[in-house]
Design a protein around this ligand. Structure first.
Ligand code: ATP
Length: 252
């Protein structure tokens, strides 16, 4: 646990690479994403915009609140005050010509649902929407969202797992499949990974390993973990949980 910041940044890099290579549903994106339309400049939407701009993408953002648009005008070059529930406005702003749209309205559930429906009617190609609850998410999918994210729920689960000490860091890739950074369980130390048969006994794979005081490197069948090493494992969430439970209890 001692050096989690460096480990976390390595995991972030792996995940950043994976998310650039793969769509949320695991299919390679059909074309690169260059232009993104963001609706809502609250905490979530403004973070999405700032990161997209940092990544060098072209971003247009709108908010119904002119004070928020004024607040971001120096940082985000392409902003408008507009009501996203108005389909004619969305068409006029050219939502069809963007590679993806992010609906960052959460608390205003009615506005969020109407916006996704209006985007879908306007032919926006790749609609991402934030949901506050599973019910909200299901409605968003019904009215045309292609991808639904649950930032509060997902971050809550992630923090709980990290705070509980079960994992150093944790990321869900979708469909219950996770990458987890954990301290090497005692029963894996002192012998090559091939001998531990982890995939056979726990249905998880060791993706990479960070030796004490060293950098993360790819794990191979010959890798011999030592006590205190950090490893990143990939597997179904239940399988990873079985492994971390066994590690905590000191069993095999
Ligand atoms: P945060 O990301 O800050 O947690 P939130 O999830 O609470 O936000 P809201 O506050 O409901 O979500 O909406 C986020 C932003 O979307 C706000 O800045 C709000 O002004 C904007 N917004 C809400 N309705 C519309 C709309 N119809 N058209 C454009 N923007 C809107």
């Amino acid at each position: 646990m001692s050096d989690s910041s460096e480990g976390a940044s390595t995991l972030d890099r792996i995940l950043g690479y994976a998310s650039r290579r793969l769509g949320r549903d695991g299919e390679p994106p059909s074309s690169p994403t260059d232009k993104v339309f963001v609706i809502g400049l609250g905490r979530f939407g403004s973070a999405v915009c700032a990161t997209l701009v940092d990544l060098g993408l072209e971003v247009m953002a709108i908010d119904i609140d002119s004070a928020l648009v004024d607040k971001w005008v120096d940082i985000l070059p392409n902003l408008r005050v507009a009501d996203a529930t108005d389909g004619a406005t969305l068409k006029q702003l050219g939502v069809r010509d963007f590679d993806a749209t992010v609906v960052a309205i959460g608390t205003g559930i009615e506005a969020s649902v109407l916006t996704v429906a209006a985007l879908s009617d306007a032919g926006a190609p790749n609609i991402w929407a934030k949901a506050m609850t599973p019910e909200h998410g299901r409605i968003l999918e019904r009215v045309g969202a292609h991808q639904v994210v649950y930032p509060e729920i997902q971050m809550g689960e992630r923090v709980a797992r990290i705070v509980s000490g079960a994992v150093v860091d944790f990321f869900e890739l979708g469909d219950g499949f996770v990458l987890a950074e954990i301290e090497t369980p005692k029963f894996l130390t002192g012998k090559p990974l091939a001998e531990s048969q982890l995939r056979h006994s726990y249905e998880v794979s060791v993706v990479c390993i960070k030796p004490n005081g060293g950098q993360f490197t790819y794990a191979t069948a010959e890798t011999v973990p030592e006590q205190g090493n950090l490893i990143v494992v990939a597997g179904a969430i239940d399988a990873v949980k079985r492994l971390t439970d066994a590690s905590r209890k000191g069993s095999r």
